[in-house]
Design a protein. Structure first.
Length: 147
């Protein structure tokens, strides 16, 4: 299994759809990386990931608003296509398995602490425990390595 992890901001409000009797929450996450080029000039590169979160519990959608910072992990997919300018382009997509709300943005606040709480959503469940940390979610035991 290939796993993609991203921390970034939502580019627009999410969209909830029903497809073949199942709910999916679609949203896009942007991650901007700052670096210096070979001449020493500061550059920025933004990577967009189109996310699909299949879940029966869509209550989290009210918090997935433009500008909201999230941590998401799941299975990646890449699609190549030709854009309007007839140039090769690609889209990075992710089927989300775990989602964590990190705060920021202008969405509703779950507990009135100005968006500083962190909420974990895993396989459709929401944990509003502010002590949940991204490192606890992203960490994998070193003894599980295959080498």
């Amino acid at each position: 299994m290939i796993k993609l992890q991203i921390v970034g901001n939502l580019g627009k409000d999410c969209i909830v759809k029903e497809v073949n009797g199942k709910n999916v929450i679609n949203f896009s996450v942007a991650h901007t990386e700052k670096f210096k080029d070979s001449q020493g000039n500061l550059k920025e590169r933004t990577t967009w990931v189109e996310c699909a979160y299949w879940t029966d519990r869509t209550a989290v959608a009210q918090y997935l608003k433009k500008g909201k910072m999230v941590y998401a992990e799941g299975s990646p997919e890449a699609d190549a296509y030709t854009n309007k300018e007839n140039q090769a382009a690609a889209t990075l997509r992710m089927r989300v398995q775990n989602l964590q709300l990190l705060g920021g943005g202008d969405g509703p606040q779950s507990n009135g602490n100005n968006g500083n709480s962190q909420s974990m959503v895993t396989s459709g469940s929401v944990n509003n425990n502010a002590t949940t940390r991204m490192s606890e979610v992203a960490a994998e035991p070193a003894d599980d390595l295959p080498f």
